[in-house]
Write a protein that binds this ligand. Structure first.
Ligand code: CAO
Length: 545
């Protein structure tokens, strides 16, 4: 072999993946151009038995990735092309690493022997010891399930035990077909790589795979050790989402799906061999739950489910898909409604004088090309009340242990648009004149209706105002726009008879509904806030104070 430095392109293929028919590529761990080292994970494959990182068999630069996420792969499928630089003699054979990693026959009593003779030895043995394979960690993992019992006959690839660490759950498959003669662990035991799991009497020699002998270990009256079944079986789990696995026979893919659905595996019955839970079992369970009529039983997050209904049974219907904005608003509303203990306080402001003043500014408004509605006055008054009651401009933090007081007064304004509800934000409302506010309201409402608001124009609000004044109604319960803690609902102003101490006088009354987060705002705070707001609107001379 030449010792010249040359660059060769080498293909990495899918190794023996434990008899799995096909496994799905669930993650690409590298990108073209990456420097790859030997044993570095290239992709993550997931079969119905395990998730596993497929390591590179060579070191070099990744020049081509031959797979995509979601693709199904079987043993031998090409994965990647790696440009390997080095002396020809030093270039490793790609396949050799695959086989080494995937099937080891280890002798404990003899020095290293040639591969075929070790394989033959294992085949001849009466019983072979199946150890814990390379589980990608030196830490002990727990035996959470014994999938077989003494006397069982298993085929190569059948699950023998399920191990679980705080990061992964993995099945240990039979390295060859045979009969279980002794189980050397119990559920709940902690085991490490190399520890004995069980003994198997081989029904066929575990020959075919190329084998590699490990260095001799201290002699021990032990049976031959069967090929260590699998490398790096890793299915990451969220620490807080680890299903209690006792007695549940399910692979990592199913456990992962269950977590995504929020399903407790113990509630699902398995239809696979030995009661194994299959993906289909989970899907059927979820479908059944969705079709079940709502009862007092709790659904996800402890909520009773609202059943889906076939309304066409009662008459003609039309089904349309909701816009993204509508769906986003729906989920924001639900989140706020579920998280915030809402209280709504109602009052009405006598805006007779405000309205007279506004009418007197009509010509000036036209000259300025501005529409002077009650809204800029409301925002002006609101800004003063927010300045005087800073709690209304706060948000909960640190899991509820702290309050963030904002030293700016940015007010969100709900705008009803054909596409759905939008809330542009008027920044530093306390520093703007009524004319400035009137201009900005017009501009932001226009942009909202044309869907031309930038994300920045919809962020940073401290408090929201929602006016249905031009539409109608005498009051409503606005939902707090979390993480804000308060929202002002404005209904339609109307002339009403108001007792002035001697007579009923016709006054223009503006209904106001203040909803607040009762975790932050108390009734007293809300009463004082709304009373000040009413006073400001009833006598706008106070706005300049
Ligand atoms: N009472 C009586 N009349 C009112 C009023 C009130 N509270 N508020 C506004 N009006 C009048 C205005 O004076 C104007 O009439 P004139 O032209 O005769 O003066 C007319 O109604 C139209 O007002 P407008 O709606 O165009 O302007 P606005 O400044 O009051 O409000 C905006 C602007 C963008 C807030 C409003 O158009 C809007 O979209 N409101 C809906 C908000 C919403 O959907 N909230 C619910 C959120 S939760 O689903």
């Amino acid at each position: 072999m030449s010792k010249e430095s040359i660059v060769t392109k080498q293909q990495v293929t899918v190794p023996d993946i434990g008899g799995a028919e096909g496994a799905e590529v669930i993650e690409l761990l590298v990108a073209v151009g990456d420097e790859i080292s030997v044993d570095q994970g290239l992709i993550v494959l997931e079969s119905d038995k395990a998730s596993m990182e497929i390591p590179s068999t060579v070191a070099g630069v990744l020049v081509e990735l031959l797979v995509t996420e979601g693709q199904e792969l079987a043993e031998g499928a090409p994965l990647a092309v790696i440009e390997v630089a080095g002396e020809t003699a030093a270039v490793p054979e790609p396949q050799a690493v695959d086989s080494e990693t995937l099937a080891e026959v280890i002798t404990e009593s003899a020095p290293a022997e040639s591969a075929p003779s070790v394989a033959a030895k294992a085949a001849d043995a009466v019983s072979s010891r199946v150890p814990v394979p390379d589980i990608g960690t030196d830490e002990a993992v727990e035996v959470i399930e014994l999938s077989v019992k003494v006397g069982d006959t298993v085929a190569e690839g059948d699950s023998l035990v399920v191990l679980e660490s705080d990061k992964a759950s993995m099945e240990v498959p039979a390295p060859f077909g045979g009969e279980i003669t002794e189980i050397q662990v119990s559920e709940g035991d902690s085991v490490k790589q190399g520890d004995a799991l069980l003994l198997m009497k081989t029904s066929a020699a575990p020959q075919q795979d190329p084998v590699v002998a490990e260095p001799p270990k201290p002699a021990e009256a032990a049976p031959a050790i069967a090929p260590a079944p699998k490398p790096q079986v890793v299915a990451p789990l969220e620490a807080d989402a680890v299903e209690s696995s006792g007695g549940i026979y399910a692979g990592p893919a199913v456990r992962k799906l269950a977590r995504e659905f929020g399903v407790t595996l113990a509630e699902v019955s398995g239809s696979g061999p030995r009661g194994r839970l299959l993906k289909e079992d989970l899907q059927k369970y979820v479908q059944d739950r969705l079709n079940k009529p709502a009862t007092a039983t709790a659904g996800g997050a402890g909520l009773p489910l609202v059943p889906e209904m076939d309304f066409s049974k009662f008459g003609e219907v039309d089904i349309t898909q909701r816009s993204k904005l509508d769906k986003l608003t729906a989920s924001n509303m639900q989140r706020s409604w579920l998280n915030v203990p809402h209280v709504t306080q109602n009052d009405s402001a006598d805006i007779t004088e405000l309205e007279a003043f506004r009418a007197s500014l009509k010509v000036e408004a036209e000259r300025r090309s501005v529409k002077l509605t009650p809204m800029p006055f409301l925002i002006k008054a609101l800004a003063v009340a927010l300045r005087d009651h800073p709690k209304f401009c706060s948000s909960l933090a640190d899991g509820g242990d702290a309050l963030v007081y904002k030293k700016y007064i940015h007010i969100g304004m709900a705008v009803d648009t054909p596409a759905g509800l939008m809330v542009p934000v008027i920044r530093d409302a306390d520093k703007k004149s009524v004319w400035d506010l009137a201009e900005e309201i017009l501009e932001l409402a226009g942009k909202a209706k044309e869907r031309k608001l930038s994300p920045a124009q919809m962020q940073g609000g401290c408090f929201t105002i929602s006016s249905l004044g031009n539409i109608g109604g005498t009051g409503f319960t606005p939902i707090v726009n979390t993480p804000e803690v308060g929202i002002l609902g404005v209904s339609r102003a109307d002339i009403q008879p108001v007792w002035d101490g001697q007579d009923f006088a016709p006054r223009k009354m503006l209904p106001l509904s203040l909803s607040y987060d009762h975790r932050v705002i108390n009734g007293g705070d809300a009463g004082r806030f709304l009373t000040q707001l009413v006073a400001l609107l009833s006598d706008i001379r106070h706005l300049i104070m």
